[in-house]
Design a protein around this ligand. Structure first.
Ligand SMILES: [Zn+2]
Length: 351
């Protein structure tokens, strides 16, 4: 009896301990953002930047980048109040930022601006150092960022996720020819793989695995352990991040390390796309929109399809074969809908 009580107490205090885990970070969003071409920052080559609209129109900007700005129309007095950001949030709490990145085309400028307006720059502190006269000013965090940096960062996250899918395929017995391996590896920084691939005969699976872990760990650098004191006077553990990019890699790291490999990557029952599962029960692509509904779009579509199919079948309007043709699904799958009653449809998508 005593022992049970001890364990219970211990468990409760452990649960309490983890419920107090803190995730600290501050992300500024200076929406709306706009694209500025040919900006030379601190003497570097001209490139494209995503810049907060108010900052682009401010006298500070004209002063800092005299050769970049177009002369303002005569009656356009710049009365923009500097240091106004439209939103401040904790980047650890925005799991949808990772999903947005996985799904986006980083070369599409509209999608990029939409990302900035929603989540802000990936490395918000960079602007402070890029705009030299504001170097010490924390309020300048998140006002501008190199588009090249954004594209590179998004591509790196997407290729790591793709790499995990490939690793799954290899583990399930799929083989890649030398040419296919090379085509795949070329998406990654050659420093990660080239010497080993060219000079040491390492199995593709091992190379892929070593490379993915290296990339993840390098990108976790903006994250650090963080101690916080709560009102009970005790110290509690946590993490802090310097920027949104670190938080995104941390969310990915959590998804990849939380469960043993196989459960993490799943094929959606509706669209057959692979997705990153955040719970063992998840059967459909998650809802990538900021405001999530109870059911993801794929789950809704799947439910409607199965409902319609059952109705046709029950009323004798269509045969299994006809339904399979209509929806372009396998016969086995359609048969499954008719026998497995509500197993799939009754279950909610886990958040
Ligand atoms: Zn789907």
């Amino acid at each position: 009896m005593e022992q049970t009580k001890d364990i219970e107490e211990q468990w409760n205090s452990t649960a309490y301990f983890f419920s107090r885990m803190s995730y600290t970070g501050v992300q500024f969003v200076h929406a709306p953002y706009t694209l500025v071409e040919g900006l030379s920052v601190q003497g570097r080559n001209r490139e494209e930047y995503i810049v907060a609209q108010w900052f682009k129109e401010s006298d500070e900007f004209k002063c800092e980048f005299p050769s970049n700005h177009q002369p303002s129309p005569p009656n356009n007095t710049s009365e923009v109040t500097p240091y106004v950001h439209s939103k401040v949030y904790n980047p650890f709490k925005a799991e949808s930022s990772l999903f947005s990145i996985i799904k986006m085309n980083p070369l599409d400028i509209d999608e990029t601006i939409a990302f900035y307006n929603e989540y802000g720059p990936l490395n918000q502190t960079s602007s402070r150092y890029d705009v030299s006269s504001f170097a010490g000013n924390l309020l300048m965090d998140g006002i501008m960022e190199s588009r090249k940096f954004f594209i590179k960062s998004v591509v790196e996250i997407q290729t790591v996720v793709k790499g995990f899918y490939n690793l799954e395929d290899v583990r399930e017995g799929k083989t890649f020819t030398d040419k296919e391996q090379l085509e795949f590896l070329e998406h990654y920084d050659p420093g990660y793989w080239k010497p080993r691939w060219e000079h040491v005969d390492i199995p593709f699976e091992d190379l892929l695995q070593a490379m993915l872990f290296k990339i993840i760990n390098v990108n976790l650098k903006p994250i650090s352990p963080y101690a916080e004191v709560f009102e009970d006077g005790n110290f509690y553990p946590g993490y802090s991040t310097e920027n949104l990019l670190g938080a995104i890699w941390f969310i990915l790291y959590n998804i990849l390390t939380k469960m043993p490999g196989r459960q993490v990557f799943k094929k959606c029952l509706y669209c057959y796309d692979q997705f990153l599962a955040t719970s063992a029960n998840q059967k459909f692509c998650p809802d990538y929109s900021a405001v999530r509904a109870d059911h993801s779009p794929c789950e809704n579509s799947h439910n409607q399809m199965v409902f319609q199919a059952r109705k046709w079948f029950r009323n004798g309007e269509k045969s299994i074969q006809e339904i399979a043709d209509h929806y372009r699904r396998a016969i086995d799958e359609v048969e499954g809908w008719m026998t497995k009653k509500r197993k799939i449809t009754a279950r909610k998508t886990e958040p």
